[in-house]
Write a protein that binds this ligand. Sequence first.
Ligand code: 5GP
Ligand code: MN
Length: 340
Amino acid sequence: MPITLSADKLTAAEAFAKLLVPGRKVCLTTHVNPDGDGLGSEVGLSHLLRAQGVEVVIANPTPTPARFGFLFRDLPKVDRTSEAVKTLRTADVIVVLDIADLGRLGMLGGTVAERGVPVACVDHHVSPGTLPPGPRYVDPSASATGELIAEIALANRWPLTREAARALYVALLTDTGGFRFSNTRPRTLRIAAELLEAGIDPEEIYLEVYANAPVGRPRLLAEALQTLVVEEKPGLAWVTVPPGALERHRVTVDDLEGIVEFPRSVAGVRMAMLFREMSQGRIKVSLRSIGSVDVAAFAKPYGGGGHVHAAGVALDGTLPDVQAQILDAARAYLATIPRG
Ligand code: 5GP
Ligand code: MN
């Protein structure tokens, strides 16, 4: 079955392309602690736009994790994250990828808000946006923002080059947990097939993303898993990153990717959490769920968000206080949801 797009999507994709034309300096950005989807979407869109003769740079609020550095090997000088504010100030158009919320742009939020240039957005989160005006291409049913970039390319008949396909495949691969999560739809696999047909090597990409880790990554995993607590009755499980563990193992927050899947993997668990201290007095909670347990809704009253089965929130307080508060709220929330 061919990949078809609704009339609304075709219109949105065309509006997007009309804004991103040669002669305009385009700057792409994504959320703090960029992941495979944010970076893969940026790099994929960079290749697609460059092939159309458009000048494009990337400026993110926090640096590219080492595991995604390979995406930039054939894009020299495009990642301007080290001078992000300056780069955003000279852009004619800003494109925000994989988030629709100024708050998640970290220290770049203020600059994006006040620039007065069009701010386009491609995103798949359920949370409503707070960005300045510009074209939108938003679909919460998409597995990854990278899937939406591929749709924009197909709608505009931009050729999917091998370089663009490789980056977009990273986006799909990482946001679907290797095509395992509930967001893996027929359309996701059809788009993945298009990417493979562009000539990419899935094993090479797998090895870059998941088998090129610093030794501290498995050591940190071992330490974090020691903290696992499972409460059978509510179906709640969590792990805690011991304060200072990232520094001790010489790794970054990117190396925590996937750890929250372990508490979720226990039979009967409906909601899983990973707690970590971002800085003293600020705690990050990663949330995962299954079935009818909606962690995006759970996170909302605390200013967090994300997707139904994968969300996050950052709170002020000490680790024990935030943990006690969130766990109590989770027990109360789970008590309202019958087991399916
Ligand atoms: P992770 O737990 O992997 O950091 O994030 C899982 C999902 O939740 C991602 O889609 C991410 O965008 C979203 N998310 C994580 N942290 C936050 C947060 O502090 N605020 C909001 N609104 N979303 C978050
Ligand atoms: Mn994403």
